[in-house]
Design a protein around this ligand. Structure first.
Ligand code: SAH
Length: 394
């Protein structure tokens, strides 16, 4: 039995933890055992000596991330149980074991009781990104646990944390396989649509899995339409539009590599009415925006922290205004924000302001979010980050 060091909170600071919020801020700590190193596991107690949880320690404004609200040994068995729960939930969601979809998010940080850990599943290959040093130090146990949960189904576990860990830990760190490898060109299925996945060289873990349901929704509005998919990345929305019978679909992304993959994905799905452009969305909309019935705006997070959220609002407004000024009469706008610091209300108001300035009348068709494998739990509202609005534009 390992004895873990102890951290004691200030009087009253246990309340959020008792409501299962997993973060302990530095100001909440009254006392901690000496010589704690980043990534150490600690037992957390209230000022009145009530046990609160097991946390991973990391100096900084969030000093403790709780990985268990009960007293436990943190070992492979612990990770097996945690990952099994996440796996069972994806099974319940009809994502695991679904012949039409073999890509999903297996672990979404706090939403799955694993603050700082992201794991995406691509037809037997799991890509892991640790955002905290505590998770990074547990990576080998986690990889072992994945083998217990998936058994023969598991082909590889790839650790891609060099871009997600804080700089102090990522410098000089190489991404690597923790188990197996992927030697073939990987093709996955999402609602029976095929996509090439390059998780080693691609953005994030290789694919933006969080737009799965919104891509299906776009399909419903695509028949016979001229569709523009901006910030397309590898063409997720574009291929759905084509599969659902659009007249033409154009993808725009500033990354030429992403546009190359759009082409490859179009060919893979026998799509012949797709064209891709490596260009800046703002420039493209200015020059060619008038040609489309449906426009998708799915930019990268314009704001990563609260202090720049004002700039982000200006960016979202300008982008939406440009699309709305141009879109054809009776057109449809799919507009998204994945900035966690821009909440639903602010995003809605920003698009409303853009509509007023572009002098277009909008009718709200859908308010959308992230799918359930990007788990939202009531005790961690910060986990809700993707916001989408679908408008009919008169
Ligand atoms: N909609 C995509 C994910 C978008 S990710 C999907 O469903 O998979 C955001 C993309 O925006 C990235 O591929 C990035 O290369 C691209 N990007 C960032 N700034 C851009 C700009 N100013 N113009 C065009 N593309 C941009």
């Amino acid at each position: 039995m390992i004895q873990y060091p102890k951290m004691t909170l200030q009087n009253g600071k246990e309340l959020p933890v008792l409501r299962f919020h997993p973060w302990i801020f530095s100001g909440a700590i009254k006392h901690q055992d000496g010589d704690l190193k980043d990534g150490d596991i600690v037992e957390v107690y209230s000022a009145k000596e009530q046990f609160l949880g097991m946390a991973q320690y990391q100096k900084g404004s969030i000093t403790g991330r709780i990985i268990s609200f009960s007293k436990q040994q943190i070992n492979v068995d612990f990770w097996v149980k945690k990952i099994q729960r996440a796996f069972d939930y994806r099974k319940f969601l009809n994502l695991e074991g679904n012949p039409q979809t073999n890509v999903y998010r297996l672990v979404f940080g706090e939403g799955d009781g694993a603050p700082g850990l992201i794991m995406d599943y691509y037809d037997g290959h799991v890509v892991l990104q640790a955002h905290s040093i505590g998770m990074h130090l547990c990576r080998k146990d986690i990889a072992e646990a994945l083998q217990h949960v998936y058994k023969q189904q598991l082909k590889s576990v790839y650790d891609k944390s060099s871009e997600t860990l804080p700089n102090t830990y990522s410098t000089g760190l190489a991404n690597e396989y923790l188990y197996g490898s992927c030697n073939e060109e990987l093709i996955v299925l999402e609602n029976n649509v095929k996509f090439y996945i390059d998780f080693i060289n691609g953005q994030k873990t290789g694919f933006f899995i969080d737009q799965r349901e919104n891509r299906s929704l776009l399909g419903q509005y695509s028949k016979d339409k001229r569709v523009l998919n901006t910030f397309s990345y590898t063409g997720g929305f574009s291929i759905y539009a084509a599969k659902f019978g659009c007249e033409t679909v154009h993808s725009v992304d500033s990354s030429a590599k992403a546009i190359d993959l759009c082409h490859k994905n179009a060919i893979l799905n026998n799509v012949t009415n797709h064209e891709g452009f490596a260009a800046d969305t703002f420039d493209y909309l200015k020059d060619h925006g008038k040609n489309y019935d449906v426009i998708i705006l799915d930019p990268p997070a314009f704001a990563k922290s609260r202090d720049v959220s004002h700039n982000a609002v200006i960016g979202y407004k300008r982008l939406n205004q440009m699309a709305l000024q141009n879109i054809k009469k009776g057109g449809i706008l799919f507009t998204f924000s994945c900035s966690g610091v821009i909440d639903k209300k602010l995003f809605y108001n920003t698009v409303t302001a853009a509509a007023i300035e572009s002098r277009r009348n909008l009718k709200l068709l859908h308010t959308v979010s992230q799918p359930a494998d990007h788990t939202i739990v009531p005790n961690f509202p910060e986990g809700e980050y993707l916001k989408g609005l679908v408008f009919y534009v008169e």
